[in-house]
Design a protein around this ligand. Structure first.
Ligand code: UN1
Length: 512
């Protein structure tokens, strides 16, 4: 048994065969095709879920529609109380759920625990938010009039999530949507379906205890076809999708064609600028964690280091040394830093990217390769790569979901910022400097064009309290903290006349 994984599965109620469709406490039948979930850790089959059929999809949307009618009437702080209890339950299941995330997805156990911690944190955030769904009040131009705005629940929120954060990204969306009075239909990645089964079991217990109507937390499983059903469905006013830019464009087009709302959180091509004034010790650790953490499969992973020419050689040498010390292996074993890629397709993409680096004139300084032998049977373990490159190489312009880091040299801070912004994606960015002018320029309106810009912190590992998302081909959506909740509600402007006359706005006269 792999570090107690069968015990964890048992604790979470994940079986060898699971239904992949649920309306909350109820799991629907197993008519659909079977989706098999293999662990990239040891290549073993963990379990199966049945894909959602079109009939089941219809049943789920109907149940969700019905649930919304009563859930929206529950006072927001009472909905927050239910979310509070889910947060407490997640605290109890932090270890087994963190372990399942690690085993099904391949990230290190520490990062699996971190992901569950993000879920707990967003629950706490949502509980507070449930008493703060504020609108503004304005002064009317007319006498005896009052004007204000309210936020009302939207309805069904469709959530399409990716394999790399199989539980946290769902929770960012649902916990906010639930306190806002919405109901959710979640389509998890078909690469990590068992994580969704585990989450649903945790939620179902709390929903049952609180008599939450069936349909507030729904799950559908399957491939892009289920995603299409959601995107095209007029009954779903908001679709929140996390994943590749290719997928996001399809979802955004389909939802846009019916004038629905979409929240897109897509690819990144994140860079850290290391200036001549950087603290190199924290720069190296930040770059290393950003580049190899989650085996380079975060949308916030560091893909480019833009290094000042005066410290370039030193940074390069320190990095090469640091990469030598990385331990690659079973992510459940806490002595390892880097786990496997998600599957063999991802390994192929990693290999192709390395080939392209060589073809396009990049220079590899830390060699890659696929690990073989005992412990590496899944065929998904690869060596993190470092390559010297220029920003204009086609391969550098693309997001390869693997641990490949490009080193790019610069002379002036203006040039560094231009390189940083010189990609189609705009998620996360960072500058390492102790110089206030450089830091402020980077954060100014003429600085980084990304949704996230950090100083003396890497590109990954954002806290849930800030709005999370990015610009350009990253899709423009914002999830998680700050006022990201507003996208889950509809805004209504109300003007109320308590006088005995009907003055018209703009002073228009209309007398009979
Ligand atoms: C993602 O990769 O889709 O900032 C989300 C981070 C994490 C979330 C990443 N908190 O790296």
């Amino acid at each position: 048994d792999n570090f107690g994984i069968s015990e964890a599965l048992k604790a979470l109620g994940v079986k060898a065969e699971n239904s992949g469709s649920s309306t909350g406490t109820k799991w629907l039948g197993s008519e659909g095709d079977l989706i098999e979930s293999y662990s990239p850790v040891d290549g073993k089959l963990i379990g199966k879920v049945s894909a959602t059929t079109e009939d089941q999809y219809e049943e789920i949307v109907k149940t969700a529609t019905e649930a919304f009618r009563s859930w929206r009437l529950v006072p927001a702080p009472k909905r927050g109380e239910v979310v509070r209890q889910i947060g407490d339950e997640l605290r109890k299941y932090k270890e087994p759920l963190g372990k399942l995330v690690s085993y099904e997805m391949g990230k290190s156990y520490q990062e699996g625990l971190g992901e569950v911690q993000e879920m707990i944190d967003i629950c706490d955030f949502a509980v507070g938010l449930s008493r703060q769904l504020h609108g503004l009040t304005m002064h009317s131009e007319r006498p005896n009039h009052r004007m204000y705005e309210q936020y009302h629940p939207l309805g069904i929120v469709g959530i399409i999530s990716a394999f790399n954060f199989p539980v946290a990204v769902w929770s960012w969306n649902t916990m906010l949507a639930w306190v806002c009075g919405d109901v959710c239909i979640w389509k998890p990645s078909e690469k990590t379906p068992l994580c969704s089964v585990a989450c649903q079991n945790i939620v179902a217990k709390i929903f049952k205890e609180n008599n939450v109507p069936e349909g507030v937390s729904c799950i559908v499983n399957g491939d892009y076809r289920i995603g299409q059903l959601i995107s095209n469905d007029k009954r779903i006013p908001l679709v929140s999708a996390t994943g590749s830019t290719r997928m996001g464009k399809k979802v955004g087009e389909a939802v846009g064609a019916r004038l629905g709302k979409s929240l897109l959180e897509l690819g990144g091509n994140n860079a850290i600028i290391i200036t001549e004034n950087a603290d190199l010790d924290i720069s190296i650790v930040g770059a290393l964690f950003g580049a190899v953490g989650t085996c380079g499969q975060r949308c916030t992973s560091t893909r480019r280091l833009i290094i000042h020419e005066s410290v370039y050689e030193e940074v390069k040498n320190k990095l090469v040394n640091a990469y030598k010390q990385l331990r690659i292996g079973n992510p459940l074993d806490e002595k390892n830093h880097v786990g496997p890629l998600i599957d063999r397709d991802a390994v192929k993409m990693y290999q192709n990217a390395i080939e392209e680096v060589n073809k396009q004139g990049g220079k590899i300084v830390v060699e890659g390769g696929i690990l073989e032998g005992a412990g590496y049977e899944s065929g998904c373990y690869v060596k993190p790569v470092v390559a010297e490159a220029t920003n204009d190489l086609q391969i550098v312009q693309e997001e390869t979901f693997a641990p490949i880091l490009y080193l790019i040299k610069y002379k002036t801070i203006d040039e560094a910022i231009e390189i940083q912004n010189g990609v189609v994606q705009g998620l996360s960015s960072a500058i390492m400097t102790t110089n206030m002018r450089e830091a402020e320029q980077f954060l100014s309106h003429a600085g980084s064009d990304c949704g996230i810009a950090n100083v003396n912190i890497g590109t990954s590992g954002a806290e849930i309290g800030g709005a999370f998302g990015g610009e350009k081909e990253t899709g423009g959506g914002r999830e998680s903290g700050s006022d990201a909740w507003k996208v889950y509600m509809r805004r209504q402007t109300n003007t109320l006349n308590y006088g005995k006359e009907l003055p018209l706005a703009q002073g228009i006269k209309f007398d009979l």
